[in-house]
Design a protein around this ligand. Structure first.
Ligand code: NA7
Length: 539
């Protein structure tokens, strides 16, 4: 076995140098592991490296998003806004990488195309697009859950003569909007941020909306020097609060029963939620709002009236109010003056339910009603979420089985971390794990810490492979499925439920997310480690 270890280039290869890969690398170096990180981008940052589109910023409170592992780091870093914009977050991640000397262990501009488990050597052999092959004992994926961007399946996309960008692949150079007629396709969390940001800068903006989302004000503000000093004295409380809440955010449900609160009190409470910063408007609500359709309708109507108050043209307001799903059953885009953008003379809404897009032309977008001419088209059309990044790398496990084939009808995993037949391949933010529906750095900390302990355990016991038992995998997948019942989020089409109209076969419900909440997931992982990794088989 010692021979096998030395035969591999590395003990550990981490794919991805985003929030998760950075922390995993830090933990592996603490253990003196021979580790390298492979990253497609030319620098670290993952999501915050790629998504440079105008308006990109946190919906998590900045100070709840930073890493918690180093008191020194917490005390050194100053956030300038309660919800920091992308450039600041990217600077923060670069700062972390340099402070802990992580950069030398990262390889940039290298894309993993495939990885194959060598059953004779118990090693993963990782192929890069540049032709190299690296080997390792443990292959850890930190490839992001929203990193496989998808363009819309509309004909003629390549015919357009103007500028065209997907928000994820936004250019590193500054993009000018001055004097330009711009189209935005897509009104998810990304589209909503872009639209509000560029509306005052463009000559004209047309928003192509298929389904509206329920958006709510972010209420962002600057953090003064004094306030930041104050925040620094409260990090323990901030992280303790995140540990308590289902989404690992600073916002948790109001534990009162909906019915125990009078109508007047309820309305005052909802007004307070609407005026609160961040996800409070969504996650600080009564739990019944997301379980009981009648209560959800009442809250949705409350929010619909806010939209009606903010958008001057009543017809436009009605088009911006979702009719096919209730508030909070899809990801709530947080906004700053999004609805007000539609009050500007240079901004208009094209409802794709009335006039669907027929094709993209040389000049712009042709709907069933007209050809709209543009200088620029922005595709804010989302991602092949959670499993998309796995599908883009060919992982081949035992007996030549690929992960793509195994997950063709939806992911099956044990604890959202491993799949049977793929020894030593550990997903740090994979489908059916607790991290995918949480405040990301908090969610991944649980898995990174668990994985670190697992690798330490295997090293100390002289074990070379870990793989889940078939029963354990079946049990976890059933458990994940069972939580989809009685929860309105899990029955609504969105990336949470694996829906993407642009990817064949992804128009149906898939069991992607562990809905039991971060505290429960953490408890399961802790128990599992305590019980010597029950459900896993070691060799
Ligand atoms: P989302 O939330 O998946 O939104 C994608 C948007 O693009 C959504 O409005 C889609 O409409 C629209 N879309 C996708 N394909 C098409 C086509 N073919 N025609 C018209 N419109 C289309 O992605 P985001 O990037 O906004 O957000 C993803 C997450 O990133 C977000 O939740 C944050 O956590 C960070 P649809 O709703 O499918 O009708």
């Amino acid at each position: 076995m010692a021979e096998q270890k030395t035969a591999a280039d590395h003990d550990v290869i981490i794919i991805g140098a985003g929030v998760c890969g950075i922390y995993m690398l830090y933990r592996m170096l603490q253990m003196d592991m021979n580790v390298t990180v492979l990253e497609t981008g030319d620098g670290p940052g993952g999501t915050w490296y790629w998504n440079r589109y105008p308006g990109a910023r946190f919906d998590s409170e900045s100070y709840s998003y930073g890493y918690s592992f180093s008191e020194e780091l917490l005390q050194e870093w100053d956030w300038s806004e309660h919800f920091a914009a992308q450039p600041e977050t990217l600077s923060y991640l670069n700062y972390v990488v340099d402070k802990f000397d992580l950069r030398d262990h990262m390889q940039f501009g290298c894309k993993v195309s495939s990885a194959r488990f060598d059953e004779n050597l118990n090693q993963w052999r990782v192929q890069l697009e540049d032709g190299r092959e690296l080997s390792c004992q443990f292959l850890l994926t930190a490839i992001g859950m929203l990193s496989a961007a998808t363009l819309p399946n509309i004909q003629g996309r390549d015919d357009f003569n103007g500028e065209a960008y997907h928000t994820y692949y936004w250019p590193h150079e500054e993009v000018s909007f001055e004097g330009k007629n711009v189209a935005v396709i897509g009104t998810g969390a990304t589209g909503v941020q872009v639209i509000a940001e560029i509306a005052p800068k463009v000559k004209s903006l047309k928003v192509f909306q298929r389904r509206p989302n329920w958006c709510a004000p972010l209420h962002n503000s600057q953090i003064s020097k004094a306030e930041m000093e104050e925040i620094k004295t409260h990090y323990d409380e901030i992280f303790a609060k995140c540990l308590e809440t289902p989404g690992a955010f600073l916002h948790g449900p109001d534990r009162r029963e909906y019915a125990s609160v009078s109508e007047a009190e309820r309305l005052a409470f909802w007004e307070r939620l609407y005026d609160s910063p961040g996800f409070e408007v969504w996650l600080g609500n009564f739990r019944e709002v997301f379980m009981d359709p009648a209560i959800n309708r009442e809250y949705s109507e409350f929010i619909a009236n806010k939209i009606r108050q903010r958008v001057k043209n009543p017809e436009t307001a009605e088009k911006l109010i979702p009719k096919d799903h209730g508030f909070g059953t899809r990801r709530v885009p947080m906004e700053t003056r999004y609805y007000e953008a539609y009050n500007q003379d240079n901004v208009s809404l094209v409802d794709l339910n009335e006039t669907p897009i027929e094709c993209i032309t040389e000049k712009g977008v042709r709907t069933t009603a007209a050809e709209h001419e543009f200088d620029m088209i922005i595709y804010a059309t989302g991602f092949d979420a959670i499993t998309g990044a796995f599908d883009r790398i060919q992982f081949t496990g035992r007996d030549g089985q690929t992960l793509y084939d195994k997950w063709e009808d939806g992911p099956v995993t044990y604890l959202g971390i491993q799949a049977c037949g793929f020894p030593n391949l550990l997903a740090l933010a994979g489908p059916q794990s607790g991290s995918v529906s949480t405040n990301f750095p908090r969610g991944i900390e649980d898995i990174v810490n668990w994985t670190t302990d697992l690798i330490r355990y295997m090293k100390s016991e002289g074990l070379s492979t870990v793989e889940p038992e078939a029963d354990a995998e079946a049990m976890w997948t059933e458990h994940v499925k069972s939580m989809y019942e009685g929860n309105m989020v899990s029955t609504t089409q969105s990336w949470f439920t694996g829906y993407n109209s642009n990817v064949p076969g992804h128009d149906k419900l898939r069991y992607m997310v562990y809905f039991g909440g971060a505290p429960k997931y953490r408890e399961i992982l802790t128990e599992n480690a305590k019980e010597h990794y029950q459900g896993f088989e070691f060799h």
